[in-house]
Design a protein around this ligand. Structure first.
Ligand code: COA
Length: 394
């Protein structure tokens, strides 16, 4: 197999669904912009780019048809740059990056982009017209239940307390605030956005502006404030808006080249993928997925959890992240200092199909910051799955 190198990896800020700065900016534009920025930052002439593999969890409406191809054309890439859209729900962006990597390793392409996008402002979770299979849903309703219910199930079945969840959420915001204020989100590319404002004569005016930061970080998060929130998912439950991931808009992209192409095109390797694993689990507790996927990728690569300098464990919900960390002997150990060092999805948001791609950029930036070697990106996935990918910094 050929060697594949990551030569650039970037993301847009993550902005709050319907309340945030990207609420009116179309997802194709976010994706086109970040892909173009990725290619330009690497110093690549787009004529050498061959294919785009883009994750999207609800590829319909404004992010439908084949956004992987459409956004490539909107980015100004030549007609020769093909594109595909892939869906593994919350791991879609990671699937995009790993597919782009696999095509290089197989020798099927020389230069590819792995990407991810989701505008939860334009397309809600579940899509606009969910149509579960009636007979199958009667037999297996868990396949279609709200992700929040699965998070409540994890908290209840594995005794994750409300205090543990709220403390974890508070820390996520505190780390994110600190990283934003000290300029540590080096993987973010300031991104143009627009909004439509109603004018006095009842027409709409389009105003343009730049977005530099994630806008879901709540600087004033306290345990008292979090404790006041009720569960929107279950009467008396402990999973709240404060300790769940935020629904978010964003896009991210990672440029990958074969060793030959990197040399020929003067691209500087920053990292590589050393292993990727996906595992299935029960759908009614989909949040436990990482506890199966992480050992699987460690076995595949011959590494141990101790070898990981950075662990980006998606905070879909505090309950599931905490349970997985307990099962993997991370919780309460020194390894905690390597987990989500600049906060996670509770503070920074979880733009479903973008997340794996976004965490790739974050993981590589954080590895560079701590001068580490191996970094992990892992997340749970709706329907009952987990994914885990190990990156090596070069
Ligand atoms: C839990 C959920 C339903 C909450 O949705 P929401 O009500 O739109 O959430 P918001 O972030 O707007 O927060 C609602 C309110 O909670 C309170 N709140 C949220 N975070 C808070 C914090 N850190 N401290 C104090 N209060 C907080 C605020 O009052 C906030 O209202 P405001 O924005 O007007 O200040 C939604 O975030 C969700 O579904 N998350 C999970 C997404 C998911 O399932 N992803 C897939 C995973 S597999």
């Amino acid at each position: 197999m050929k060697e594949a190198f990551i030569v650039e990896s970037v993301r847009t800020p993550g902005c709050r669904n319907k309340k945030g700065k990207f609420k009116d900016t179309r997802p194709e534009e976010l994706l086109a912009y970040i892909m173009r920025a990725c290619v330009d930052r690497a110093g690549l002439d787009p004529a050498h780019l061959e294919d785009i593999m883009c994750g999207c969890a609800f590829p319909e409406g404004e992010q439908g048809l084949n956004i992987g191809r459409i956004a490539g054309q909107m980015a100004g890439f030549p007609d020769s740059v093909s594109g595909v859209t892939v869906n593994r729900f919350c791991a879609s962006g990671l699937e995009g990056v790993t597919m782009a990597n696999a095509h290089i390793k197989m020798g099927w392409s020389d230069v590819t982009l792995g990407a991810g996008v989701e505008s939860m402002s334009f397309v809600p979770m579940g899509g606009h017209t969910p149509r579960p299979h009636a007979e199958y849903a009667a037999k297996d309703p868990a396949m279609y239940i709200s992700m929040g219910i699965t998070a409540e199930n994890v908290a209840q079945r594995y005794n994750v307390t409300r205090e543990e969840m709220d403390k974890f959420a508070m820390l996520s915001h505190a780390k994110a605030k600190q990283a934003r204020d000290t300029g540590l989100f080096t993987e973010i590319v300031p991104t143009p956005a627009y909004e439509f404002k109603k004018t006095e004569n009842n027409t709409y005016e389009k105003t343009h502006f730049m977005v530099e930061h994630d806008d879901g970080i709540r600087d004033e998060t306290t345990m008292e404030g979090l404790a006041k929130l009720n569960s929107p998912f279950k009467a008396g439950g402990g999973v709240t808006a404060g300790n769940s991931s935020q629904t978010t808009d964003g896009a991210a992209a990672t440029l990958i080249a074969s060793e030959d192409a990197a040399k020929r095109l003067n691209l500087t390797p920053m990292g590589r993928i050393v292993g990727y694993a996906v595992a299935g689990c029960k759908s009614d507790e989909m949040g436990v997925g990482p506890k199966y996927a992480i050992p699987k990728v460690l076995k595949q690569t011959g590494l141990t959890i101790q070898d990981l300098d950075i662990i980006e464990l998606n905070e879909a919900f505090a309950s599931q992240a905490i349970h997985c960390m307990k099962e993997l002997n991370i919780w309460g150990t020194d390894l905690m200092a390597r987990v989500n060092i600049h906060g996670g999805a509770i503070a920074l948001g979880h733009p479903l199909g973008c997340t794996g791609s976004k965490l790739t950029a974050t993981c590589l930036a954080n590895l560079k910051e701590v001068k580490g070697r191996y970094g992990l990106v892992s997340m749970c996935i709706g329907g009952g799955m987990g994914a885990a990918c190990i990156f090596e910094r070069i």
